[in-house]
Design a binder for this molecule. Structure first.
Ligand code: PSU
Ligand code: MN
Length: 314
């Protein structure tokens, strides 16, 4: 019989930018960022410009940004400006969620990481904080379609603190919160009573918990892991009121977009992008502007909370 060895996480090549490697080595705070939002969120060159602004916001919060993607069989932890521009301007880069990652790595293709695959990569890279404005969730009509984002399932498996502005109203946010509760994933709203809805200030749902103090949040995250949970800890921060988009306007646009998606037979992986485009068209681009703003403001809070967490560990 021949002995076989299987690959472990040490066999997944990670390529760190010098800045991220130095920061991790010195115990300075780093915030992981997703790349799917670059390739599948906004059109070029707004996507590249926004990705850079998001990185600047993480720095303004006191942390080092690490935007993550896969390319040439490696996980890139800390994309350079040139990497970001290449990803932003290359059409057809696949959206890579956790389950797609092993194949895309083996094929050596370029892949844009969702929240789910980004938290996988962040944990491998030893980065405890991740920030993205909008997480995936339970889709409306999931009782029929069974469309539940892998983001939620991955949160039950990865020890990463996730800072976000909640999730878009294209999802069923009530069921999304139920799922997170069932799966023992803490959800804390930072300096707000409500669970936010991406570029809308409130989802209409109260948040399970509110915390106003950075240090208490950092301590709570550590406690979650110290209690033996190998899962994520969600922290939400709402869009700034002056940058928010009106809830009623978005609701009307979503109802229309969902009917159109049904007519066009759009489902599965393609639905999020389709609905976002339709909402943007219906709001004459106002949702895109709010989208860019919330990406930036969320990243700043992510930078601030990761810094508080690093101080705690120091
Ligand atoms: N939610 C948003 N905006 C987004 C996404 C989700 O409000 O851009 C993207 C993120 O990359 C997220 C992914 O991880 O879509 C989830 O897709 P799905 O529902 O197919 O799992
Ligand atoms: Mn899905």
């Amino acid at each position: 019989m021949t002995a076989t060895t299987s690959l472990t996480h040490q066999d997944i090549p990670l390529v760190f930018s010098a800045e991220v490697a130095d920061a991790l080595h010195a115990g300075r705070p780093v915030v992981a960022l997703e790349s799917n939002v670059i390739t599948h969120g906004l059109p070029y060159p707004d996507n590249a410009a926004t990705a850079r602004k998001v990185e600047e916001a993480v720095r303004a919060g006191g942390s080092v940004p690490a935007t993550i993607a896969v390319e040439s069989g490696k996980v890139v932890v800390g994309m350079t400006d040139a990497d970001i521009d290449r990803f932003a301007s290359t059409p057809g880069i696949p959206k890579v969620s956790s389950r797609d990652m092993p194949v895309v790595l083996a094929q050596g293709r370029m892949g844009a990481l969702t929240v789910a695959s980004s938290v996988v990569a962040a944990e491998l890279a030893g980065i405890p904080f991740f920030s993205s404005a909008g997480i995936g969730g339970v889709h409306r009509g999931a009782d029929r379609t069974m469309d539940v984002s892998s983001d939620l399932i991955q949160f039950t498996r990865s020890k990463v603190a996730v800072v976000c502005a909640g999730a878009k109203k294209i999802l069923d946010l009530g069921l999304t919160l139920e799922y997170l509760e069932t799966q023992c994933v803490p959800v804390v709203s930072y300096r707000s009573d409500d669970f936010p809805a991406f570029y809308c200030e409130s989802s209409g749902f109260r948040s399970p918990m509110r915390l106003d103090d950075d240090e208490v949040i950092a301590r709570s995250v550590e406690n979650h892991w110290a209690l033996g949970n190998n899962s994520s800890f969600l922290i939400t921060t709402p869009v700034r009121p002056e940058e928010a988009i009106d809830s009623d306007e978005v609701d009307a646009a979503i109802t229309e977009a969902m009917a159109a998606a049904d007519r066009d037979g759009i489902r599965g992986q393609a639905i999020t992008k389709y609905l976002m485009r339709a909402v943007d068209a219906a709001t004459q681009g106002r949702s895109s502007k709010a989208n860019m703003a919330v990406l930036v403001s969320t990243a700043e809070v992510g930078g601030r909370l990761a810094a508080a967490h690093a101080r705690l560990r120091a």
